[in-house]
Design a binder for this molecule. Structure first.
Ligand code: DQA
Length: 137
């Protein structure tokens, strides 16, 4: 089973960025353990701070992978381009967020991705990604 995690802008700073919201763990450390735990899956990871690169990765994996786990970060709330890419592909996309976006600023309450996601997992810290993996099993 081919599953890719796609992370958007500033998620490369996990571990350093607002630890009271996003925790102290780097995504690389978390992903290493996740890959070990789900070693029977072909789990890959891509991060970009650039909207077009995220769109290209969704297009590249969106017709041949079994699942995309997408945390588009701030682009969630702004990007019609990423929303269109999610709508265009056939691979199911599960939207995830580390923090509970609904308990934060009102501009984080809107997601352009959710209407075309298979499901949405919000607010369980990095565990949100593992719950998304489980949703594909
Ligand atoms: C986030 C929530 C977004 O509002 C924010 O811009 C992020 C991270 C989350 O995982 O909690 O960068 O997607």
């Amino acid at each position: 089973m081919n599953i890719i995690i796609i992370n958007g802008p500033n998620l490369n700073l996990l571990g350093k960025r607002e630890p009271e919201i996003y925790g102290n763990e780097t995504f690389e450390d978390f992903f290493f353990l996740l890959k070990k735990k789900y070693s029977s899956l072909n789990l890959s990871y891509f991060q970009s701070n650039i909207e077009g690169e995220i769109i290209s990765k969704i297009q590249e994996t969106g017709f041949n992978y079994d699942g995309i786990i997408l945390n588009a970060a701030a682009y969630t709330h702004t990007s019609i381009g990423i929303a269109d890419a999610v709508k265009a592909v056939t691979t199911p996309v599960v939207e995830v967020h580390i923090s509970n976006t609904f308990s934060r600023e009102s501009y984080r309450h809107v997601s352009y991705i959710s209407p075309n996601a298979k499901g949405v997992i919000i607010g369980f810290g990095l565990n949100s990604y593992e719950l998304a993996i489980k949703s594909f099993l």
